[in-house]
Ligand binder design. Structure first.
Ligand code: PEP
Ligand code: CO
Length: 389
């Protein structure tokens, strides 16, 4: 109770302007009456695996869509992603001779932070698309108005996806998403009847985004109150003091596996900005897991206006990440990727290259550009070689 008041009393960044607070409250109550999507025992199992990553005894591959959509919450789509993640795990596990933990950006990645609250087209200003859990992508007032009933649709899509994942991928596949939409996360937080601990039942691992990691903000307050493994995205402006304060707040007991620091610095900056963070954190909190997100620092617009990323920049940021950890004697714990199981054309490069001109052929992402299946496997092979040399 105390916790949820503290979350509600803290400033919450990146929340939609829900037009009807009563309707939102009804939805939160309805979510609170639903079965949990994941169990605390499953979360603990992932925590133990992440502790082995932090100890240098395993590697993490986390990936999936930037933004999942309800229309694509079908086995053909998430099955393709699970397959790519597993193939990458096979390649990297063999090269590194380490067990690989696979975690999907799956069954919950339905809400997005946006750099601008509104979008303007031809003089019309409407709320930005914030993910299927909030509003629709079509540029009309009706679609773009946030609708809290969509949070229930998100729950159902996640529930269907998880049912299938449990059947197809079994116990060793875990889910994760950005814990962005606080009504959804709070509606799905539960007390574990066996231990009395609070846990987020919306996914095994929850992460806090680069735009919502303010120390006194509601997202950090929420994450501090649940016992799931927690990820924190760190962009190039994160200072060692910021990171240590977040660790202190989220993991005062320094529980191995609890904190995964997901750095997204850009290929150009990682070699300069990562070393001081790793040095300070290692001195104060040695059991955190370091993961490289080589996607979010490397986005730009193509001449024809597609948001894209270069395969070579993605690979270069990963190479820089490994170089820094190798130089400091710390463990490069894993990769966090936006990828599709299909032959989409959203990132340029790769050995069956997607070109600036061919981006339009299959540009299907609802938000950021993803590696396609071939690019994802090529990355795994390249990183595998790197770790062998
Ligand atoms: C994301 O992972 O899609 C995202 C928005 O990342 P970040 O918070 O690192 O910008
Ligand atoms: Co993204």
């Amino acid at each position: 109770m105390m916790r949820s008041h503290a979350v509600l009393d803290s400033p919450a960044a990146q929340q939609p302007e829900w037009p009807d607070p009563c309707a939102l409250r009804d939805v939160v109550d309805e979510l609170a009456g639903q079965p949990p999507l994941v169990s605390p025992r499953e979360c603990d199992r992932l925590l133990a695996k992440l502790a082995s990553v932090a100890a240098g005894e395993a590697f993490l591959i986390q990936g999936g869509d930037c933004a999942e959509t309800f229309a694509e919450a079908v086995p053909a789509t998430y099955g393709g992603k699970v397959r790519v993640l597993r193939q990458m795990a096979g390649v990297l596990g063999a090269s590194m001779r380490l067990p690989v933990v696979t975690v999907g950006r799956i069954a919950g990645q339905y809400g997005k932070p946006r750099s601008s609250a509104t979008e303007t087209r031809g003089g019309t200003v409407l709320p930005s698309y914030r993910g299927d859990a909030v509003n629709g992508m079509d540029f009309s007032a009706q679609e773009r108005t946030p609708d809290p009933r969509r949070l229930l649709q998100a729950y159902r899509a996640a529930s269907d996806t998880l049912m299938w994942l449990r059947d197809f991928a079994g116990e060793e596949f875990f889910t994760s998403h950005e814990a962005l939409l606080l009504p959804y996360e709070m509606g799905l937080s539960r007390t574990d009847f066996l231990t009395g601990r609070r846990f987020g039942s919306s996914g095994h691992m929850l992460w806090i985004g680069e735009r919502t990691r303010s120390l006194d903000g509601a997202h950090v307050e929420f994450a501090a109150g649940v016992c799931n493994p927690i990820g924190v995205k760190l962009g190039p402006t994160a200072s060692p003091a910021d990171v240590l304060a977040l660790i202190e707040r989220l993991d005062p007991d320094r529980q191995p596996g609890r904190i995964t620091l997901i750095t997204r610095m850009s290929a150009g900056k990682i070699r300069d900005v990562l070393p001081p963070l790793v040095e300070e954190v290692t001195a104060n909190a040695p059991a955190v897991t370091w993961v490289c997100d080589p996607m979010h620092g490397n986005t730009f617009s193509s001449p024809s206006g597609y948001k894209t990323r270069r395969f070579d920049d993605v690979l270069d940021e990963v190479v820089g990440f490994f170089e820094v950890h190798r130089a400091l004697g710390t463990h490069p714990g894993g990769l966090h990727l936006e990828l599709s199981g299909e032959a989409v054309t959203e990132c340029v490069g790769g050995s069956l290259p997607v070109t600036m001109e061919s981006l339009g052929q299959r540009y299907e992402t609802a938000c950021d550009p993803r590696l396609n299946r071939d690019q994802a496997l090529e990355l795994a092979v390249a990183v595998g070689k790197l770790t062998r040399s």
